[in-house]
Design a protein around this ligand. Structure first.
Ligand SMILES: Cc1cc2nc3c(=O)[nH]c(=O)nc-3n(C[C@H](O)[C@H](O)[C@H](O)COP(=O)(O)OP(=O)(O)OC[C@H]3O[C@@H](n4cnc5c(N)ncnc54)[C@H](O)[C@@H]3O)c2cc1C
Length: 225
């Protein structure tokens, strides 16, 4: 399906949100992703296609990408960053099972840096629908420039069922932290760069969380948070 860029918003020095209008309405569940194709000249070996979580919630109508544009970006990100309002990109999907289980009332979200994107979509959705699912977000970031912090703090202040703990720099989400928060009947969602997701998965499994209660979103392509 064809989408047209309608707005681009700078979130931080190297993070932007791109908002698209689809040619036909797209129905998605918060936490899902789209597969984007962006034809461009001289593409590098990583190619012309990328997976991106839809960082907007369904009630916001238009799907958005929130992504980091590094100092030496891939040819895809260079082309995305140069896209002008009115220009097009193509998508397949939505797809993905990184979505809340309606039966589960207690959820632990673990985010590493840009891995916050599915969680911001899910939290926006919960708040909009006035759903009372219990959520504890553990959010690790390498410095104090925390993506969506203002919005997250506002959400948590207004919704007693949503708690957030930040882990900045050397403060890590480790076994001791997780041991204190893991209870029975929880679902754990982990999202971020590959090494971080793999490590967190191993830790929560060692703490006894069953495979069927763990959902993972690997943001391949990034080396760190
Ligand atoms: C289900 C799913 C959802 C995702 N959701 C998101 C999301 O919401 N937001 C998001 O940002 N990402 C998301 N990702 C990851 C996304 O698909 C990209 O893999 C990621 O953004 C990295 O993009 P990039 O490869 O264009 O590299 P860049 O972001 O441009 O660069 C990342 C690093 O790789 C280096 N690099 C870039 N190109 C090359 C190259 N050709 N050769 C060697 N090194 C290179 C850069 O210098 C930099 O250090 C998701 C992935 C999946 C599977």
């Amino acid at each position: 399906m064809r989408l047209v860029l309608i707005d681009k918003k700078s979130e931080q020095r190297n993070i932007s949100t791109f908002i698209f209008k689809p040619e036909k309405k797209i129905k998605w569940t918060s936490g899902q992703y789209l597969i984007y194709s962006l034809p461009h000249q001289k593409n590098d070996l990583r190619g012309k296609q990328r997976f991106f979580t839809i960082s907007s919630a369904p009630h916001q109508n238009y799907p958005s990408i929130t992504t980091r544009i590094e100092k030496k970006p891939s040819s895809f990100k260079t082309a995305l960053n140069k896209l002008k309002v009115g220009e097009e990109i193509f998508v397949k999907g939505p797809d993905g099972d990184f979505i809340l289980d309606k039966k589960s009332k207690i959820n632990i979200f673990i985010a590493g840096g840009i891995g916050i994107t599915p969680f911001i979509a899910i939290l926006r959705d919960l708040v909009f629908k006035k759903m009372k699912n219990e959520v504890l977000l553990l959010y690790a970031n390498k410095n104090n420039n925390i993506l969506f912090k203002k919005e997250l703090d506002k959400i948590s202040k207004k919704n007693k069922n949503i708690q957030i703990k930040y882990f900045i720099g050397s403060a890590k989400i480790d076994k001791n932290v997780l041991k204190r928060v893991i209870k029975k009947n929880i679902d754990i969602f982990i999202s971020g760069p590959d090494p971080m997701v793999a490590k967190m998965e191993e830790t929560v499994k060692k703490l006894g969380v069953k495979e069927e209660n763990i959902k993972l979103d690997y943001f391949s392509g990034y080396k760190n948070i």
